[in-house]
Design a protein around this ligand. Sequence first.
Ligand SMILES: [Ca+2]
Length: 87
Amino acid sequence: MLEVSNGGGSFSFSTCDPYTNYDSKLELFDYIGATGVYNDDAPCASNPNNPWTSTVNNISLVPGIYYLAVDGYNGATGNYKLSVVKN
Ligand SMILES: [Ca+2]
């Protein structure tokens, strides 16, 4: 769960860390349901051995409660490290 307060802001989410060892996907939900913020694969420099990690950058969010799902493509599972950054 992610609570956005203080007027909202711009956020970035990523599983691009060398600890992430599977085909992750990211999806953001709010109290209504899917927000349309979604990423499956976003290859990144810090984890060159896994081009299937997930990143969404600079998502503007109004204050509220969100749910960030770290899932796996086609049911894939594994270890992940998630970063949440307020830009
Ligand atoms: Ca993926």
